[in-house]
Design a protein around this ligand. Structure first.
Ligand SMILES: C[S@@+](CC[C@H](N)C(=O)[O-])C[C@H]1O[C@@H](n2cnc3c(N)ncnc32)[C@H](O)[C@@H]1O
Length: 482
């Protein structure tokens, strides 16, 4: 048989095997999978925070809504009593929404922009004096940066060069100069406001895997059509509006009303007020340092296995926070593998105790067949990027370690809630929900529910063009530690 035909047959056989194993796994979890009409796309995404004081300051597209956290920690099966953990804390939605319920929460976050937002919000929650408020009001009305003589430049690297109109660069540099005259707390708030407006005053738009560049910047990704993002705000109008918004939210003593206001009293928390703590760094490094059996729940959403590169999408903010090109490259390698550039992490070197976790991923039959298929497609030269098999393998091995660690730090019977998306590569749908649930079962969890969002998610345009449309599930997994 000619070589090419044999290869096509092998690919077909692997695809058939994937479909058969996927069907079998779906059958195994049939009793747990259900469509959850209350889980709208809005509540599971940042959209749900759009009008929510404080949560809406910084548009973190990858965030989930505070209502989702409130529902699972407060309203679901009697709620949670005890401390909560989010190993992928983002801008801290779990932390702040848990605190609103009177629940303490710890978060781990690696990306400096998420860390900065969380830390500044924590600072703001400690009482803001009337003198602080007047200073911020003065900034919003008198614009002291406009007349400020000294500019403080900010760093750029290749992908952030020429991101702003020249007059905007001048205004930002003066703003950075002027804010240095203020007390530390005010500086932090002014800096937060600056980070919140960068996208709106730039030539860029955050768009999934990368930044899109408006044609007015003079930059264009090869092979893409000219793009116009619409109005680019002037720095003065954007920052003034943002300062007003922040001031309004912090001075309104009205704590945001929650959908499911089930508050735990300090008495229920052992006499303590709820608090939020941030661990800066990779959860792969921080999780092993946490005590065993202390958390009452994990509420989280890891990066999806979808090639989205946070270090590129948030490049403007990372540059403003002072990171250089090499810092960003190093950061990319530390992130959970979800881009084609991620190299393999030496997980056993990070923690020899993870051998059983990695083995659980290696024993997952559907996953192993998906790996074999992707490797086959790589050798056949049909993948649009040869880094895809390594990324998928890295994603599931690292997630197995995170799941194993979460099982360790949770109390018996405590729940883990996880938002995640299924993905599709080389024409094959990867049931991330079923595979991770199967791994979780092997690592000490009982899979209580796989709650599917109504309406399915689409595929990338590449997948759609090459293989046609196949709907993908977006889910919230509910696992309980056995
Ligand atoms: C889907 S987002 C979570 C958003 C969060 N639920 C919120 O509402 O803001 C995933 C987060 O994981 C972070 N992340 C990626 N790799 C990480 C790692 N190894 N350790 C800790 N955080 C990581 C990303 O920076 C991102 O903020």
């Amino acid at each position: 048989m000619p070589c090419q035909k044999r290869e096509i047959r092998r690919a077909d056989a692997l695809r058939d095997k994937i479909i058969a194993l996927d069907t079998k796994l779906a059958e195994d979890f049939k009793a747990q999978i259900s469509v959850a009409p209350f889980l709208s796309r809005k509540i599971v995404s940042f959209q749900g925070n759009k009008d929510k004081p404080a949560y809406s300051w910084y548009k973190y597209k990858e965030a989930f809504s505070a209502e989702l956290v409130t529902y699972f920690l407060g309203g679901y099966e009697g709620g949670v009593c005890g401390k909560v953990l989010d190993p992928f804390a983002g801008i801290g939605t779990t932390l702040f929404a848990a605190n609103e319920q009177g629940i303490s929460a710890d978060g781990i976050e690696l990306l400096p922009i998420g860390q900065e937002i969380i830390n500044t919000r924590l600072l703001l929650e400690k009482d803001l004096t009337s003198s602080d408020t007047s200073t911020l009001e003065r900034w919003g009305t008198c614009h002291p940066w406009k007349r400020f003589p000294e500019r403080v430049p900010f760093s750029t690297f290749r992908i952030t060069e020429r991101a702003y109109p020249l007059e905007t660069v001048d205004a930002i540099e003066r703003y950075r100069g002027a804010l240095q005259q203020e007390r530390e707390k005010i500086q932090a708030i002014l800096h937060l406001a600056l980070l919140c407006v960068l996208e709106s005053v730039s030539y860029t738009r955050k768009d999934g895997q990368y930044l899109r560049w408006d044609a007015r910047s003079g930059k264009r990704r090869p092979g893409t059509k000219p793009f116009n993002k619409g109005e680019i705000l002037t720095f003065d109008s954007a920052i003034t509006a943002k300062l007003k918004e922040i001031l309004r939210d912090v001075s309104d003593a009205n704590i945001p009303a929650t959908l499911f206001p089930v508050r735990h009293t300090p008495q229920e928390q052992g006499g303590r007020e709820s608090e939020a703590r941030l661990f800066k760094g990779s959860c792969l490094e921080v999780l092993p340092t946490l005590e065993t059996g202390v958390y009452a729940a994990v509420m989280t959403s890891p990066p999806y296995c979808n090639r989205y590169d946070y270090t590129r999408t948030y490049a403007l903010e990372l540059a403003m926070l002072g990171l250089a090109h090499e810092d960003v490259s190093n950061l990319r390698q530390k992130m959970l593998s979800c881009t084609v550039e991620n190299r393999e992490k030496d997980l056993l070197k990070m923690s020899p105790q993870w051998a059983p976790f990695i083995e659980a991923a290696n024993q997952q039959k559907l996953l192993q067949t998906i790996y074999a298929y992707l490797e086959h497609e790589k050798s056949a030269g049909t993948l649009n990027n040869n880094g895809i098999p390594r990324m998928v393998r890295g994603y599931f091995s690292e997630m197995a370690c995170v799941i194993g660690e979460c099982a360790r730090v949770l109390r018996p019977n405590a729940r883990l809630f996880m938002v995640n998306d299924n993905v599709r590569y080389a024409g094959v749908s990867i049931s991330v929900d079923l595979i991770l649930s199967d791994i979780a079962q092997a690592l000490g969890f009982e899979v209580e529910k796989i709650l599917v969002l109504p309406g399915k998610k689409g595929n990338s345009s590449q997948q759609m063009g090459a293989y046609g449309y196949v709907p993908l599930r977006k889910c919230v997994y509910v696992w309980r530690k056995r």
